[in-house]
Design a protein around this ligand. Structure first.
Ligand code: BES
Ligand code: MN
Ligand code: ZN
Length: 511
C-alpha cells in the first residue's frame, strides 16, 4: 500500500511539490499557501498559469513545471481543484488519484502536497481524503509478472506522498480508518483478480481464514461433508461436477461489547456468491469471454473485504459474513438440466439451466445464515445475471429488496462513495414465473418472462424467512472494470466494500 505522511513542513527529500489551484468564474485562483510559495519562486506559478493555454485550475487539471529556481524541488505540479467549496469527498479523493497518475506519468517517485484552506472543507478532511484517493488509485496486481518486477524500470512506483498542513494530528485521525477500508478494498480486488487455478473454494476459504483470524474475526469453514449433513443440496449441486470440493465460510466479527443489549447485538449479515469459476456447467457458456468468469466470486470477494474493513477500523457493530464457494464445471458428475435437488430449507428445485447457479449456492447460504444467526438484516451480493448489465451497464448495481427503507439506504450510501446502486422492482408475476411443474421452484423463469435479474431475485426471496429484512445487490456489471476510473484502476474494482461500510456506519453502528 502506498505510504503517506502528514507534516507541518515539507520533508527535505521530496523531489516534487504539488500545489492546489482553485478556479473561480473560469479563472485560476492561487490561495494563501500557494501564493506564499509563488512569491518564493518569483511568481513562477502565476506566470506559468498565464502562459498556459489550458490550465485554469478546473477540477482534475494538472500542469507540471520543472527546474524552477528557488523551488527547492525539481518539479512543481499544479493541480486544479475547481470550485473546491462545492467538492464532494469523492471529488477530493479523485484529486488524490490525479496526483498519483500525474506523478507516475512524469516518473516522479516522491512528492509533497501543499494544502490550502478551502471554504466548506477542513484542511484535515481535504488531506485525509486526498490521501485515501491516492492510496486507492495506486493499487496494482502484478504478482505474476516476473519480468517487469525484476527489471523494475518501466514501472514507476511512488515511494511516499506527504501532505503539508498544520492540522497533522486531526488528519491522521481521519485517515486511519480510511486506510483500513482501503485494505479491505484491496483484499477484494486481489480475490477477484486471482485466477481460478489459484483461487478455488478450498484456497479461498484458507485465504479468508488467514486474513481475518489475526484481526479477531471468528472464521468457520464448512466442508462439503459438513454441508451434506446440513442438507445443502442446492449449493452442493453446483460444485458436484468439479474436482474441487465446495466450501462455505462463516466470518463472525463482534465489534460490540458483551454488555450491549441483545437487540444491539443481533447481527447484520452479508452473504456472497462465490462461484470461483463459472463455465455454465452442462449448460455450457460460449468460449468467448469465458475467462471473465473467474470473477464470478465477486460477491464473496466483497463480503470478505468488507469484514476486513469493518474489523480493521474496529466498527462498533456485530456482523456475519457468509460466502458460498463452489466451482461450476461440466463433467460426468455434474448436475444435468432437469435434475431436481433439495435445498436446506426443504424446498425442492428443478435445475432447468445449470448456468443459473449463483442463486443455487445463495439459496442454502441465505437459509443457513437466517437459521443460525437470526440477523436483523440480510444483504447478499452476487454477480448474478448478465441481464443486470443490459439494464444498468457498468454505472449502477441493481438492488432488489422486500423492505422499504433498506434499498433507499443502500442507494444513498452508494451515492456518497461513488459506488452507485439503483432500486429495481419485484412483483408477484416474476415470483410465479419460477413455479416448477414438478418441484417447488425452477431455477429460471419461462422463456417469455424476460426480466432475468428480477426472476433471479424472486428465486432468492423464496429463501428469505417472513420478517427478515433483505436486500440483494446484483453486482455483475460492477465487480470488474475494463476502463480506469478515478481511484479505481481497471480490473477488480472492490465494488461494494465502501458502500456497505458506509451503510453500516450510517445506520447500524452503535445502534
Ligand atoms: N455469472 C453469471 C452472470 C454474469 C454474466 C456475471 C456476465 C457477469 C457477467 C451467471 O451465473 C449466469 O450465468 N447467469 C445467466 C442466467 C441465465 C442462465 C438465466 C445469465 O445471466 O445469462
Ligand atoms: Mn452461470
Ligand atoms: Zn455465475
Amino acid at each position: 500500500m502506498l505510504k503517506t505522511g502528514f507534516y507541518t513542513t515539507k520533508p527535505a527529500n521530496n523531489s516534487a511539490l504539488v500545489v492546489l489551484i482553485a478556479n473561480k468564474a473560469g479563472k485560476a485562483v492561487i490561495e494563501s499557501n500557494a501564493s506564499d510559495f509563488d512569491k518564493k519562486v518569483k511568481m513562477a506559478l502565476s506566470s506559468a498559469i498565464k502562459a498556459s493555454a489550458n490550465f485554469t485550475g478546473k477540477a482534475r487539471q494538472s500542469l507540471i513545471l520543472t527546474g524552477i529556481a528557488g523551488a527547492e524541488v525539481d518539479h512543481i505540479v499544479l493541480l486544479g481543484v475547481g470550485n473546491a467549496k462545492e467538492c464532494s469527498l469523492t471529488d477530493i479523493e479523485a484529486f488524490g488519484s490525479v496526483v498519483v497518475r500525474t506523478l507516475k506519468m512524469h516518473k516522479i517517485s516522491q512528492a509533497s502536497i501543499l494544502l490550502d484552506s478551502f471554504d466548506g472543507h477542513s484542511n484535515q478532511s481535504f488531506a485525509a481524503h486526498m490521501a485515501y484517493g491516492a492510496v486507492l488509485e495506486d493499487y496494482s496486481f502484478d504478482q505474476y509478472k516476473t519480468k517487469s518486477k525484476s527489471k523494475g524500470k518501466d514501472k514507476v512506483e511512488i515511494k511516499k506522498l506527504d501532505f503539508i498542513l498544520s492540522e497533522v494530528a486531526e488528519a491522521k485521525k481521519l485517515f486511519t480508518p480510511l486506510q483500513k477500508i482501503a485494505e479491505g478494498v484491496f483484499l477484494t480486488r486481489d480475490l477477484v483478480t486471482e485466477p481460478a487455478n489459484v483461487l478455488y473454494p478450498e484456497s479461498f476459504a484458507a485465504r479468508a481464514k488467514k486474513e481475518l483470524t489475526p484481526m479477531g474475526v471468528k472464521v468457520q469453514i464448512l466442508t462439503d461433508k459438513h454441508m451434506e449433513k446440513l442438507g445443502m443440496g442446492s449449493l452442493l449441486s453446483v460444485g458436484q461436477g468439479s474436482a474441487r470440493p465446495s466450501r462455505m465460510v462463516i466470518m463472525q466479527y463482534d465489534g460490540l461489547p458483551k454488555t450491549a443489549s441483545a437487540k444491539q447485538k443481533q447481527p447484520i449479515a452479508f452473504v456472497g456468491k462465490g462461484v470461483t469459476f463459472d463455465t455454465g456447467g452442462i449448460s455450457l457458456k460460449p468460449a468467448a469471454g469465458m475467462d471473465k468468469m473467474k470473477w464470478d466470486m465477486g460477491g464473496a470477494g466483497t463480503v470478505t473485504g468488507l469484514i476486513k474493513a469493518l474489523a480493521g477500523r474496529k466498527a462498533k457493530v456485530n456482523v456475519i459474513g457468509v460466502i458460498a464457494l463452489a466451482e461450476n464445471m461440466p463433467s460426468s458428475t455434474a448436475t444435468r438440466p432437469g435434475d431436481v435437488v433439495t435445498s436446506m430449507s426443504g424446498q425442492t428445485i428443478e435445475v432447468l439451466n445449470t448456468d443459473a447457479e449463483g442463486r443455487l449456492v445463495l439459496a442454502d447460504a441465505l437459509w443457513h445464515t437466517q437459521e443460525k444467526f437470526k440477523p436483523k438484516v440480510v444483504i447478499d451480493l452476487a454477480t448474478l445475471t448478465g441481464a443486470i448489465i443490459v439494464a444498468l451497464g457498468h454505472e449502477y448495481a441493481g438492488i432488489f429488496s422486500n423492505d422499504e427503507e433498506l434499498p433507499k439506504q443502500i442507494a444513498e450510501a452508494g451515492e456518497a462513495v461513488d459506488e452507485k446502486a439503483w432500486h429495481m422492482p419485484m412483483c408477484k408475476a416474476w415470483d410465479k414465473a419460477i413455479d416448477s411443474p414438478i418441484a417447488d421452484i425452477q431455477n429460471i423463469g419461462g422463456a417469455s418472462t424476460g426480466a432475468g435479474s428480477a426472476t433471479a431475485a424472486a428465486f432468492l426471496q423464496r429463501f428469505i424467512k417472513k420478517g427478515t429484512a433483505w436486500a440483494h445487490i446484483d453486482i455483475a456489471g460492477m465487480a470488474w472494470a475494463d476502463k480506469d476510473r478515478p481511484t479505481v484502476p481497471k480490473g477488480g474494482t472492490g465494488y461494494g466494500v465502501r458502500l456497505l461500510d458506509t451503510l453500516v456506519k450510517t445506520h447500524y453502528e452503535g445502534k
